[in-house]
Design a protein around this ligand. Structure first.
Ligand code: FE2
Length: 275
């Protein structure tokens, strides 16, 4: 065994007495693969310091409320979608999930069926449909926590000029499982590029754009939480999402309504029973 291999083995063995078996698996796996990565790319000491500085800056860019640079890093490296895929491997007939993203804010206003959540300009739209179980039965009183960007591509909270709760809200289904959201058509937007993740995208020639989408986190007692998006099926970035979150089953069309001005999108969500 080479001294380099011996070092790796020694570090792995140092976790052998970890009482929590899962923690031991995680730490030994992490060391094994990090060492393999270092072996493969053979960083210079200056490169390793650059990596330390990058991760330090990623943490320093985070704040308690609106900025979560580590989620952005996880998203842009495809880790978030890999974790999502591993945790939703078995097709159950439920709606596909996708990335949570860094822009959710808890405690947004409760909104009535069909209530408007858009207080900034845009193309008016109604997004509606039902929440069903895997047998097609309606789920009443499901909570749909929704969020999307304004026409300037920024979320309220992130953009402090927007009114509190703009383009955010908690809707509930009625007895027939129906929901309706009055909003604006979402737009494509770049993820924030003023931090280390933006520097990484820039240095590697990647663009920061995400295809237009509306975020959903749907909860109902007895059902598994669904975190997903609805994407505009006509968006130019559907095939190059900066965070790899697009799934073909999550497309909606924003069809023109009879008034010739506003749009309408229809989508039924399906929830899995929780174990
Ligand atoms: Fe988003």
């Amino acid at each position: 065994m080479s001294p380099e291999q011996a070092l790796t083995e020694e570090v792995i063995a140092s976790f052998a007495k970890t009482k929590d078996e899962r923690l031991r698996t995680l730490m030994q796996g992490l060391v094994k693969h990090l060492h393999a990565f270092v072996h493969e790319v053979e960083p210079t000491e200056a490169e390793w310091m650059t990596a330390i500085r990058f991760l330090t800056a990623t943490g320093q860019k985070c704040d308690d409320v609106v900025r979560q640079e580590f989620i952005l890093l996880s998203d842009t490296l495809g880790i978030s979608m890999l974790v999502d895929a591993i945790n939703h491997r078995h097709a159950t007939g439920a709606t596909d999930s996708t990335v949570f993203g860094p822009f959710y804010i808890e405690g947004m206003p409760e909104r009535a069926y069909g209530e408007n959540m858009a207080f900034t300009p845009g193309t008016r739209a109604i997004v509606h449909g039902r929440v069903l179980d895997t047998h097609g039965a309606p789920i009443d009183n499901a909570v749909l926590d929704v969020w999307q960007t304004a026409d300037n591509g920024m979320y309220s909270g992130q953009d402090t000029a927007q009114p509190h709760g703009n383009l955010r809200g908690r809707y509930r289904t009625d007895a027939q499982g129906r929901y309706a959201i009055s909003t604006i058509v979402p737009v494509s937007y770049p993820i924030p590029t003023d931090g280390p993740v933006g520097d990484m995208l820039n240095a590697t020639g990647r663009h920061p754009w995400r295809p237009a989408h509306l975020h959903f986190m749907i909860d109902a007692p007895g059902y598994r939480r669904l975190v997903t998006h609805l994407f505009d099926e006509n968006d130019p970035y559907l095939h190059s999402d900066a965070v790899f979150g697009v799934k073909p089953s999550l497309m909606v069309a924003y069809r023109e309504r009879e008034d010739g001005v506003s749009r309408e999108a229809l989508y039924d969500f399906v929830l899995d029973r929780s174990e």
